[in-house]
Design a protein around this ligand. Sequence first.
Ligand code: WT7
Length: 660
Amino acid sequence: MSDDSRIESVLSEQRVFDPPADFAERCGGAWVESMEVYRELHEASVEDPENFWGAIANELDWFEPWTSVLDWDAPDAKWFVNGKINACYNCVDRLINMGHGDQAALIWEGEPVGEEGPEVRTLTYRELHAEVCRFANGLKSLGVERGDIVTIYMGMVPELTIAVLACARIGAPHSVIFGGFSAAAIADRVEDAKSETIITCDGAWRRGSVVPLKANVDEAMKSTDHVKNVVVLRRCNNEIDMHVGRDHFWSDLVEDQSDECPCEPMDSEDMLFLLYTSGSTGKPKGIMHTTGGYLVHTYLTSRYTFNLRPGQDHVYWCTADVGWITGHSYIIYGILQNHVPTLMYEGAPNHPDPDRFWEIVDRHKVTHFYTAPTAIRAFMKWGEEHPRKHDLSSLCVLGTVGEPINPEAWMWYHRVIGHERCPIVDTWWQTETGGHMITPLPAATPAVPGSCTLPFLGIDAAVVDKEGHELNPNEGGLLVVRKPWPSMLRGIYGDRQRFIDTYFSTVEGMYFAGDSARRDDRGYFWIMGRMDDVINVSGHRLGTMEVESALVSHDAVVEAAVVGMPHEIKGTGIAAFCSLSPAYQADDHLRDVLREHVAKEIGAIAKPDMIRFTDALPKTRSGKIMRRLLRDIAAGKESTGDMTTLEDFSVIASLRGDEE
Ligand code: WT7
């Protein structure tokens, strides 16, 4: 949705949905039961975050207590200073110690549906513990040590969660790369992280075909020589090459390993993981998260935002991929700590049929369902008859994340999936924030479709101008967080200056999220969109510069400019404007070639939806590409901007004329 049409819908949205009266009863109680309680808790928590977060942290298991809750010297935060803790211990061992060892921790469903239905695996905390320990010992046998960064490039299989937890157990930070990324993207990330170990699968199932993960790793290895060991899990039994000495089958590695492996006592501020995300430049940034604060924040947000109630037969399902922060925080770490089984589904929402998700909800009696607006829009398009075929009465909380949800999609979700009895939590947060920042609490916050409502407990979010002054209701400005929070990023791996420039230089002393936003008369937040050159395609973040670099790396393209454009399902689609080398013919064949080229350089999610060929790109006199103009052209709108600075008016004329 463009900023303009979003502003219109913000100002016109009047519907308010109170939490259903029988919510607590249906959901086995409520953690934060009313707006009064929320307001009281929020005020106290923001006034004294150390007291608030300290009390929550006490619910986790620490090997050694912290000496102070927070040490803040902007932009550097240290939480639970000197505390010693292990993430895997708190997700697995702690629950076993509490007597829940034989209860389900992880429920997994594979994509292929055979004669007997899909493959389903359930791992109890005790079984998960044994698998994690065996694999952790396997990693150690390869020489992986505390502090070594391990790259994980797998499909959505239980072993992905096992691998993540095994790394956490031995203190080796993981760097998970989404399985949809290309060989080139793997190579970049491995180089940046100087990672010597990769864990992968032979292939991953996607809509009945096999994504060749191992072959992509092999390809990536041609352009980096850091990697000493590749661990390969057999999943699809597709043909693969194994390099003697470098490659090891998962099954061989865990054979004969003990199912006991001690947890490394990590410092609260030791790195738990790196996760690469796109920014304004062509180079993805490795966002660093540490251990103690991240665990505390994801623990509490999972519990309160979703109202997870241990012992109530809850089954929680987040449809994201573990390759994104949503999967890290709200498939693995936050949920496992809460003693509610987390469901992982391997495949596509419409395989073999468009009702696959609803069939899963019905069969597993899912109570909590967390997905993205882009998925909801796809479901709307496929039709109500698919969810209508299934019993969705187990559901009690619905969540959304990744991009602003348009009110139509919100209403459909509420009506068709939630049967008007499930609160929807629209959670605003980022890779950098580690966990939820602005979100309704399901038993407390009246929802307004399209608004992520109010800050989570302990979060001091605001909309300000460049000087840091808070704006009046309905004035658009910069979305900032004024106080540190436990799961905030601790830096960009290997790039201190970029960390400061990106997040702590726009508004003095505050974290700037990169989003613009406004608050309405109730104080509710409305996210307007990114202010940098980042676009949000199906809830996946992409830098326009990354796509531009991929395009110009092809011989045909001399210059490229990439902007977002409205897209019915994806929210934002990718529009590319390219000028060509004279040796190439501007035709549909070349469009296909370039789309494939981008997929190869980055991944299929980065394929342009529209490619427009042009003799030259519109630039200002100082040589800057006029992106706003290109956005208007891509959206099919007449440009409203000032064009007098254009170097060549004819460029625009020809761009407009050259419709695809
Ligand atoms: C950007 C962060 C957080 C996990 C998924 C994306 C946008 C995210 C919302 C929301 C409006 C949202 C923002 C943000 N965004 N959630 N509920 N409403 N916008 O993580 O890839 O780091 O992207 O996604 O623009 O800055 P990410």
